[in-house]
Ligand binder design. Sequence first.
Ligand SMILES: *Cc1c(COP(=O)(O)O)cnc(C)c1O
Length: 369
Amino acid sequence: MKIPFVNFEPMHHALQAAMQAAFQRVYDANWFVLGKEVEAFETAYAQFNAVKYCVGLSNGLDALHLALKTLGIGVGDEVIVPSNTYIATWLAVSYTGATPIPVEPNTETYNLDPAKLEEAITSRTKAILPVHLYGQSCNMTSIINIAKKYDLKVVEDNAQAQGASWEGCLTGSFGHINATSFYPGKNLGALGDAGAITTNSIEYAEQIAIYRNYGSKQKYYNERIGYNMRLDELQAAFLQVKLPHLNKWIAERQTIAQWYNEALKGVGDLFLPIVEPGATHVYHLYVIRTQYRDALQAYLTSRGIGTLIHYPLPPHLQKAYSYLGYKKGDFPIAEALANTCLSLPVWSGISNEELMFIVNSIKEFYNGR
Ligand SMILES: *Cc1c(COP(=O)(O)O)cnc(C)c1O
């Protein structure tokens, strides 16, 4: 048996006719940048996310960057970020000229630990950038309360958690401006790069729409030093086909995760995902931890099972961030996660037989030790 880590085939096979029709519609319209498709997707995604505005952008990293820039974050400022996240979260802060200030996660949810936030706040702190990692919502009540107390802006990195919620409200609806990604492997994925911001502020939405299009509202008149960070019509058309299926795909991921949770309970030294009361988890990734991670991954590879490590080296130890002067041991929780985490396949259309094979292979690995 060969089980890839991600497999778009079942999902895309089911949508083939609708996706081809979307392609044909854009092809026939002969309008490829900032038109009806982007507008229609923005309206649909804002509605899905229960916010007033969505602005379609080139990718999630650009969305994070424009969110921070629009909130006035720049040189000399500090932005609080998780010590364990994908590098994009930190890069977006760096693009503005501000400094990312890492805070360690909770050891069970892997999300920013609100109890450690306050000690990281200085007179330069301007914003908190929580990441709903792996698809589980952060504790937004605590984060928003701290942000209010210190008059800080909040930008949610919702790249992995579209459709997740905290105490009944959707992620991507809490911060001043929130960013998400429609990278193909995300829960809602385009057929290429794409992203968006969500916000309830018309001022912020308008500014971002200007930034994404060369700093221009009226063609050939430029209000700011803008960018080319637009969402393509074609990707917006594909995303419109996929969005109505997102909640069903999330439910499928949750069923798979539940099944893994039960089947892997008590196996070896495995530490399984824990969902905080008040949060929901949409399982962009199903991440287990074990001190035998490398050996388990090698064993599963030998059995034809694809797994990945999210992420093998935390941002503070990346060469790109050596200028910040951090060393090994500075963020021990993030480092321990990087050394023990392993993501199992969790894609729409994976069969019971495949799931059984994965779980049995993991059990065999531990029996052989
Ligand atoms: C994917 C991702 C991003 C970046 O999105 P892109 O569309 O790939 O630029 C940012 N943050 C997190 C947590 C992500 O998983």
